[in-house]
Design a protein around this ligand. Structure first.
Ligand code: FO1
Length: 314
């Protein structure tokens, strides 16, 4: 894979951060731009929480809690414990003391009037990250999840408070119609030699990004090949509610349904070698090992994906 190519990656959540961790070793970081889901973001105890931006930042900085894939390694909960002990406030959303530093500084800068793009670039810069980390937009476009048992829930209520147990009826990207694609995102996608869609949850983590007006048709027009990596292996998700949501939406839990969800923006699809092969007219596919159990797997998947794309697209 030529190391002088520019790669743009659409991602969210822990699965996306894993592939990002492999890419950052396979390429010069300056060649990588990560465009991150912010539909999971919410205001909590007065702080602006951006889980997918933080998961990616912490992962690339070697700070992430490796067991969870989110939050800071070896973090403590003195602040949360004090909220509970002295004020009977039991926050269902676990914010560690080291993690709080990020939320305090981000909230402080946002309140000064800086955009989320500027704030994210500053935070990543101070962590000495050389890859570009960009929020999909600067507006607040919270993912709302309509559930059978509890009606409409905010994303973190659904995902954390109710542990994604409620049955999903529909997913909405509030305010997305008035969100604007930030210029750095537009430029990254226009300058990209390859656009990757990471193995994140298509319905929860990628759909919000694809809902930003103009993004889908930018991908369709892009000269760069757009290639997705399957988040489904042998009928199951590696982590999180992807398979459960597919069943609840009446879909078959298979890679083909994921490829169909992305539709005609895709030029290629990296499937897992454990899956039943499928063919869709005009879509190139390959079957690799997409189960990233350790750093070696992550780098190997990143390299194999880029080499495959290089064999037909560059
Ligand atoms: N996930 C949980 O399951 N429980 C939590 O208490 C929790 C806290 C949390 C704090 C900061 C942060 O950046 C992420 C956190 N997450 C937690 C994960 C988060 O809900 C998910 O990573 C994304 O929103 C979905 O990918």
């Amino acid at each position: 894979m030529a190391l002088d190519k520019n790669i743009a990656v659409l991602l969210g959540g822990v699965g996306g951060a894993k592939l990002a961790s492999g890419l950052i070793e396979a390429l010069p970081p300056e060649r990588l731009t990560f465009i991150v889901n912010t539909g999971d973001d919410f205001w909590h105890l007065g702080l602006k929480i951006c889980p997918d931006l933080d998961t990616l930042m912490y992962t690339l900085a070697g700070l992430v809690n490796p067991d969870r894939g989110w939050g800071v390694i070896d973090d403590t909960t003195a602040a949360l414990d004090s909220l509970a002990r002295h004020y009977q406030v039991e926050p269902w959303f676990r914010l560690g003391d080291k993690d709080l530093a990020t939320h305090l500084l981000r909230t402080h800068w946002l309140r000064q009037g800086r955009s989320l793009t500027e704030v994210t670039t500053c935070l990543a810069g101070r962590l000495s990250l050389r890859a570009a980390i960009l929020p999909m937009c600067d507006a607040e476009v919270p993912t709302m999840v309509d559930t059978l048992e509890r009606g409409e829930l905010g994303f973190q209520e659904y995902f954390v408070k109710y542990a994604w147990a409620p049955v999903i009826r529909a997913i909405r990207h509030q305010n997305c119609e008035s969100a604007r694609l930030p210029q750095p995102v537009r430029e990254a996608l226009e300058d990209a030699d390859i656009v990757l869609i990471a193995p994140s949850n298509p319905w929860l983590s990628l759909a919000p990004i694809l809902a930003i007006p103009g993004l889908r048709d930018l991908l369709q027009r892009a000269a760069a090949p757009v290639v997705a990596v399957t988040p489904i292996i042998a009928g199951e998700a590696v982590k999180g509610p992807t398979a459960k949501i597919m069943r609840e939406l009446g879909l078959e839990v298979c890679a083909r349904e994921v490829a169909s969800f992305y539709g005609d923006i895709l030029d290629g699809f990296v499937d897992d070698r454990r899956n039943e092969p499928f063919a869709i007219q005009g879509l190139r596919t390959i079957q690799l090992n997409t189960l990233m159990k350790d750093q070696r797997d992550k780098v190997a998947l990143a390299r194999a994906t880029l080499d495959w794309i290089g064999s037909w697209a560059l």
